[in-house]
Design a protein around this ligand. Structure first.
Ligand code: GDP
Ligand code: IMO
Ligand code: MG
Length: 462
């Protein structure tokens, strides 16, 4: 008898490994795809018979009309972005009847984005380089237990506005306090060179008024009335008991894919903290965010690029700042799907790979974008780091140490490149020998090798 199959698809590096493409491929035979965590900070590109799409919140199984696509409980859901994404897909003829939203997903609004940007500003040199999508502040509200969940969109929209109004009051107070503190600092600086000085109650009163005037409109609930009414109309009908859908499917022995966003090294607990995102993109996090009990997990696919990229701040010992790095960036169009920022490019790092394997226990590997390495010259693979004169053979979990590490390459770590166009190759043995050797040196034999952006540009190794 067929058993339920639950497959987690998880980023193995710092995101943008090609998860979207792998999900789009596997979803051709999936009953359900659930996006488990993160929000529209993710950008998952798929290229299939419908066209080319940069998905942010909608699971990449949406193109198969027989697959139910669920935005899961662990997701930070921006209703404005979701409605735009739905509109764009509809305009391209993609049916959306198969899209559902968990009532437990937390809502992201413009004020979360404002707070995200403000927090980054306050961090100065220590900034993370977030996508500015308000994801961190939304998860902060969730943890503080003051978040607004999708279920609120299903009732009277004015109740949601009322709840939002209460939440925004304390945020405005905090902002006024922060602006006031900054105003007092700058007053003392200008009058007394920053030393102790005197400010009258009248001065403070004036500063409070100025400070309150600096609060953006998006910190007032009225700003959201139209959005909430639209979201109530368009999204409420698809907010439903998705746990029930999933558990019925599990009983029917269906195939369920869990779509991860971001990557292992951006995981809030296990990534390169604090230069991470605010959710858990490791396999355990995917189970949590999707609400699927761990006992059902049958496969977990770690998606890795054949080289490496990172967007935002934080250590990356194999980063290439030379002409070859630029060549790979240009050839691979390594610019963020969400923010358009240039991605930092580096050689494949086996220390990071081993760490991701350790934390996730992947049952299979997908190695993507091998085709991008055709014609970029000889390559290197990193097997050890140097840190203050010492050799490290495992990935440091302290990001301060990671930031001080440099990749150390020995003669054996150099791999000869290849020039052939491999995008039409469908069998491992038809790859140029140097490409086969390169794969052999990166990681244990992968199950999937990506050789192009299109759905069918994939080698499947039996
Ligand atoms: P995700 O966030 O992990 O889904 O990855 P992104 O979509 O942000 O970035 C991966 C990019 O690589 C996208 O433009 C994909 O279309 C593309 N892609 C995925 N796999 C391959 C591959 O094997 N070869 C090439 N050339 N492009 C790929
Ligand atoms: P996908 O799903 C690459 C990075 C940001 C930043 C850090 C925190 O497309 O692989 P955030 O906005 O999440 O608070 O930013 O995480 N980041 C990603 N980098 N791909 C992603 O998603 C990312 N999601 C977040 O660049 O360094
Ligand atoms: Mg991406």
């Amino acid at each position: 008898m067929r058993k339920p199959e639950v497959i987690a698809v998880c980023g193995g590096q710092w995101g943008d490994e090609g998860k979207g493409k792998i999900i789009d491929y596997l979803a051709q035979e999936a009953d359900v795809v659930i996006r488990a965590q993160g929000g529209d900070n993710a950008g998952h590109t798929v290229v299939n018979p419908f066209g080319k799409f940069g998905l942010h919140l909608i699971p990449a199984g949406i193109f198969n009309p027989f697959t139910e696509n669920i935005i899961g409980a662990g997701v930070a859901l921006n209703p404005k972005s979701l409605m735009e994404e739905m509109e764009n897909l509809s305009q391209h003829g993609v049916p959306l009847d198969n899209l559902k939203i968990s009532p437990k997903a937390h809502l992201v609004f413009d004020y979360h984005e404002e707070l995200d940007k403000l927090q980054e500003q306050l961090k100065g040199n220590g900034k993370i380089g977030t996508t500015g999508r308000g994801i961190g502040p939304c998860y902060m509200d969730k943890a503080e237990r003051v978040g607004l969940r999708a279920e609120l969109l299903t009732g009277d929209p004015y109740i949601l506005l009322d709840e939002m109004s209460k939440a925004l009051k304390s945020k405005r107070d905090a902002l006024v306090g922060r602006n006031l503190a900054a105003a007092v600092d700058s007053y003392l600086e200008s009058e007394y060179g920053g030393g102790p000085g005197f400010i009258s109650n009248e001065d403070i009163g004036r500063m409070v008024v100025v400070s309150a005037d600096l609060i953006p409109d998006s910190f007032h609930a009225e700003y959201y009335e139209e959005l909430i009414l639209n979201a109530h109309r368009l999204l409420a009908p698809i907010i439903t008991d998705t746990d029930e859908i999933v558990h019925q499917r599990l009983n029917k022995n269906s195939r369920i894919l869990i779509e991860g966003a971001h990557g292992t090294l951006l995981d809030l607990d296990h990534g390169t903290y604090p230069m991470v995102t605010s959710s858990s993109p490791t396999v355990a996090g995917l189970l949590l965010g999707s609400g699927i009990p761990p006992k059902y997990l049958t496969r977990s696919i770690g998606v890795f690029k054949a080289y490496q990229t990172r967007v935002g701040a934080g250590g990356m010992p194999t980063e290439l700042k030379d002409a070859q790095g630029e060549l790979i960036r240009q050839k691979g169009h390594e610019f963020g799907t969400t923010t358009g920022r240039p991605r930092r490019v580096g050689y494949f790092d086996t220390l990071a790979w081993e760490y991701a394997m350790k934390m996730n226990g992947f049952s299979e590997i997908a190695l993507t974008r091998l085709d991008i390495l055709s014609g970029v010259g000889d390559l290197k693979i990193c097997y050890e780091y140097e840190h203050k004169g010492e050799i490290l053979e495992s990935f440091p979990t302290d990001s301060r140490i990671l930031g001080e590490c440099s990749a150390r390459y020995l003669e054996n770590d150099k791999k000869e490149g290849w020039d052939e166009d491999i995008s039409g190759v469908r069998r491992f043995e038809d790859l140029p020998l140097n490409a086969q050797n390169y794969i052999g040196s990166t990681i244990a034999k992968p199950k999937f090798v990506g050789v192009g952006e299109k759905r069918e540009d994939l080698i499947i190794i039996k």
